[in-house]
Design a protein around this ligand. Structure first.
Ligand SMILES: Nc1ncnc2c1ncn2[C@@H]1O[C@H](COP(=O)(O)OP(=O)(O)OP(=O)(O)O)[C@@H](O)[C@H]1O
Length: 191
């Protein structure tokens, strides 16, 4: 049986210079597999995801993910950017796989020998999602995962998320303006 993951957002305030995104925002949510973050354009979905991951720090308040009474560490999470190019450090896919400590043979030479710029936006997004699933991390955070994917790929990605939730015991926190995952989510934060 899966153990619920708890997200504690305790009175956080965050702003970019003069743009205030969160003002003493609080939320406590416990979920089994999939938490969605939804809201209008510019409502703060990406910012909240980055705060949960730890890319950004709140100016005040605090934010924690807790599993089995233990706070989740930075190395137990993986963040997938809305523009997947930002997930690749070296630009050579094989070198990035090595950096992440991934067995390169899991990926075909046709893919791993390529440079990031040789893949389309959709191909790159699929690749980074496959990479994240092969990592030994519990929690995968995704920012707008369906951008740049066609209908066929959107459905494949949904199937991949469903199978990873049940077979690999992964937790997903996904910021999206799409409704495609609503029916399989445990909880939704609306901003
Ligand atoms: N690096 C930044 N510097 C300044 N302002 C920013 C920065 N990033 C985001 N913002 C502003 O913060 C607010 C929230 O942005 P955020 O990207 O979190 O929203 P979002 O809900 O993810 O938007 P979208 O649906 O368009 O992806 C917006 O008003 C945006 O203009």
């Amino acid at each position: 049986m899966i153990t619920p993951l708890s997200l504690f957002i305790d009175s956080i305030t965050f702003h970019y210079n003069k743009i205030k995104v969160f003002d003493k925002f609080s939320k406590f949510i416990s979920f089994n597999n999939l938490l969605l973050i939804k809201g209008d354009i510019g409502s703060g979905k990406t910012t909240l995801l980055k705060l949960i991951y730890g890319y950004l720090k709140p100016k005040s308040g605090n934010i924690r993910l807790v599993l089995n009474d233990k706070e989740i560490g930075f190395d137990e999470k993986f963040f997938i950017h809305s523009n997947a190019v930002f997930n690749f450090v070296t630009g050579v896919i094989e070198d990035d796989l090595k950096l992440l400590g991934i067995d390169c043979s899991l990926f075909s030479p046709d893919i791993r020998k390529k440079y990031v710029y040789e893949l389309s936006g959709g191909e790159l997004k699929k690749l980074i999602i496959e990479i994240s699933l092969s990592l030994n991390v519990k929690i995968i955070l995704m920012d707008e995962p369906f951008d740049m994917l066609d209908d066929y790929e959107v459905n494949n990605l949904k199937k991949l998320i469903i199978s990873s939730m049940s077979n690999r015991n992964k937790y997903f926190i996904i910021a999206t303006h799409e409704d495609i995952l609503d029916d399989i989510s445990d909880q939704i934060i609306y901003l």
